[in-house]
Design a protein around this ligand. Sequence first.
Ligand SMILES: [Fe+2]
Length: 384
Amino acid sequence: MPFYQKRGNIPNKRHIQMKDASDNLYWEELISREGFNSLYSNVYHLNPPTTVEAIGDWAPIQLESQTGPHKNRHIRTGELKSKGDPISARIPLLFNQDTIIHKAHVDQSMDYLYRNGHYDEVLFIHTGKGEFLSNFGQLELKPGDYVVIPRGVIWQIKIVEPMRILVVESSGPVETPDRYRNRFGQLMEHSPYSERDIRTPEWTDPITNADPMTVLVRLQGGFQAYTYTHHPFDLVGWDGYYFPWIFNINDFMPITGKVHLPPPIHQTFQSPGFVICSFVPRLFDYHEAAIPAPYAHSNVDSDEVLYYVEGNFMSRKGMEPESMTIHPMGLPHGPQPGKIEASIGKKETIELAVMIDTFTPLQYADSLTAIDDADYPYSWQEEK
Ligand SMILES: [Fe+2]
């Protein structure tokens, strides 16, 4: 995040000696982006962060792609046979070179630590509650949270209530949109959210036990397990601009207009290969002849993925919570018959949904077959 945070104890200069009461040196680690030219944090460990006790198992990941028909899709992700912890429960749905979108129905806490070495992650907490523990500190998880976890953060989740999570892995950093930031990085007046809405890690005391700890490292080709000699949550302090953070979708202040405004007004995050948008309850357009429902559109450079959270989605029929529609480039899409007419005169919508628009085509994982709504591509036909 482009704002500064400080936790615990840190020396008054970078890269100088910092010692405990017994004259033992603390161990500084720099965690930095784009080489040494972008966001970074300096963290201070009780023990060297580099000591690996054992290199454990390597578990390859093979993303299977179906070559099925090109069509507008509706999948019911609530029907996925997913269970386990926030890592093991993940079932990949869609992927390209920029992102992998998974769904996870989580009924177990993690008894190990996890680090994504090659992707940034956004966890959208649809339902449930938990505690996010990390080397930077702790965050409470609740429904509606977008948990933004830059690669390299070491973390685990303890569940308080079973959770349903939409997981977005990103090959590039996930950021607040450029156009909402001033030249100093501060979110501007016209941004639909501000720094006050962003939750940052609460400080927790370092873990000092000498028990070896398993860290599962996610890489492009698979998972590598490591046993660390010292628990990675042994920081006495850190400062900088690089840390996990949370923005809750219910804190998104919608931008509304006199006539229908396009999806960029809903944009919440940017990444080099996709955007994430939030559709939240809002008043409809106020021109006397306004049509609140969107027009049919061919968004020719994007695959549009829409995940339905709750409410009554005004432009679609047959949707339920955890439904996901996929409208690929190559086809137009728009409201189904009757939806445009039905929207006229309506004053507000209570829909809540998350949209991911990618800039290159998505491939479909085999998991889609069992949850595919075969009738959806024909749902624009007039009723006979
Ligand atoms: Fe669309």
